[in-house]
Design a protein around this ligand. Structure first.
Ligand code: HOZ
Length: 427
């Protein structure tokens, strides 16, 4: 279980921070037990407040593709900090950053830096609404695009973990402008457009879902989104906050060879700092202020320290990174599948590259309806045993685990062995 210092810190934190955490899933509530408070991290490892070492499969929820405290990124941050931490004025770094994102994502002709994935999705939708002059947004059940009011409708991630896919505090008229569809259901998408196509501003999707656990798109699903939007004058938005530079350097759109109208990015492209971006076709992005009438701004947008970290990370993402992650991912998947089989556990492992989920349901999981069939109580028991064995797995059934290039084969084998023991003990 959690170390004594973490327990003490959590007790103090709970008195003054909701749930003792600054983002709900971190509270470990759906898996039982108490969160591990982290004192430092290096490579593939996190160290708890008492110094206990954990092999990390959360990776700050995705950004740490090269592992924690990568020396080149640390150096870039120190150097940038010496030159000043924030100017509220443009820098050459921001030009380099925009050029880099456009090089990696050919569907992006113009891009804007913001500070979080939530902001990126919120701003992309505002731009799409401004561009089309329409209001209706379509999202898929179990996809999570940050915590903006109109996106907390049948949402995944923490909203799903805590059974509040439709958050309190969201005005009914706001939620009404968002329509939801089942993921991977092309027929439902086409039917909706046949009925209401002229009202729809945008369709936003996670091109591989990470926020209800890993759910890959079925062949043709992403193409159908892009083509249907195009046929009806709506904007297709791929939320690649999680998948961007993760499932391939150019995200899922590179892997699937599909070009959406707009893309939102965060996590890896932020280099582990509060930095994200949204961009897309020039005609849409030219609606954004000060060129166009769609307002969006931010004091810390394109922050020089964050951009320096991001550039240092992005420069290092060559093909060898993805080959390595694929091989580690395959090893983890094979190990987990074997362990479940050996012990007759009704479970399935879903993986795309270095994103993996062990679902405690037979599977396959292709939608929200399938995902919620998971035995979350058993997942919770299994998770507690994993933490006790020094394995920091995402504390929710409905999240993806992430690998980094700092993980070794020995790390994966030790995790698989721990997972096998934890399966037996959590039966
Ligand atoms: N919503 C994030 C996972 N999909 C969790 C962010 C965090 O707790 O840091």
């Amino acid at each position: 279980m959690s170390d004594a210092k973490s327990l003490e810190l959590h007790a103090r934190a709970e008195k003054i921070i909701p749930g003792g955490v600054n983002s709900p899933v971190r509270a470990f509530r759906s898996v039982g037990g108490h969160p591990v408070f982290i004192s430092r991290a290096e490579g593939a490892y996190l160290y708890g407040a008492d110094g206990k070492r954990y092999t990390d499969y959360v990776g700050s929820w995705g950004p740490m593709i090269l592992g924690h405290a990568h020396p080149a990124i640390v150096e870039a941050v120190i150097e940038a900090t010496r030159r000043g931490t924030s100017f509220g004025a443009p820098t050459e770094l921001e030009v380099l950053y925009a050029e880099k994102l456009i090089e990696l994502y050919p569907s992006i002709e113009m891009v804007r830096a913001v500070s979080s994935g939530t902001e990126a999705c919120m701003a992309a939708i505002r731009a799409a609404r401004g561009f089309t002059g329409r209001e209706v947004i379509v999202k898929f059940e179990g996809c999570y695009h940050g915590h903006a009011d109109f996106l907390l409708v049948k949402a995944g991630s923490g909203a799903m973990t805590f059974g509040v896919p439709d958050s309190a505090g969201v005005p009914a008229p706001t939620a009404k402008a968002t329509t939801t569809l089942p993921y991977n259901d092309v027929a439902a998408l086409k039917k909706l457009f046949d009925e209401r196509g002229a009202e729809i501003a945008a369709v936003i999707c996670e091109p591989v879902v990470g926020n209800m656990g890993v759910v890959p798109p079925e062949p043709g699903f992403l193409e159908a989104i892009v083509e249907t939007c195009r046929a009806h004058g709506a904007v297709s938005i791929f939320d690649e906050v999680m998948t961007g530079c993760r499932v391939a350097r150019g995200g899922m759109q590179e892997r699937a060879n599909v070009r959406p109208d707009m893309t939102t990015l965060g996590k890896i492209v932020g280099g582990g700092m509060p930095l994200a971006a949204y961009g897309g076709r020039r005609a849409i992005m030219e609606k954004v202020s000060p060129v166009g009438p769609v307002y969006q701004a931010g004091t810390l947008s394109g922050n020089p320290v964050a951009v320096s970290a991001a550039l240092a990370q992005l420069e290092r993402l060559d093909p060898s990174v993805y080959a390595r992650l694929e091989s580690l991912g395959a090893r983890l998947e094979a190990g987990l599948v074997k362990a479940c089989k050996e012990h007759d556990v009704p479970a399935c492992v879903q993986r795309v590259g270095s994103m993996t989920t062990l679902f405690f349901t037979q599977g396959p999981v292709r939608s929200f309806t399938d995902a919620v069939k998971s035995d979350t109580a058993r997942f919770g028991r299994w998770h507690q045993k994993m933490i006790a064995r020094g394995q920091y797995w995402p504390p929710s059934q409905f999240e993806a685990s992430f690998l980094s290039t700092a993980h070794t084969e020995a790390d994966i084998d030790a995790t698989v062995a721990a997972a096998r023991d934890a399966l037996v003990e959590s039966a």
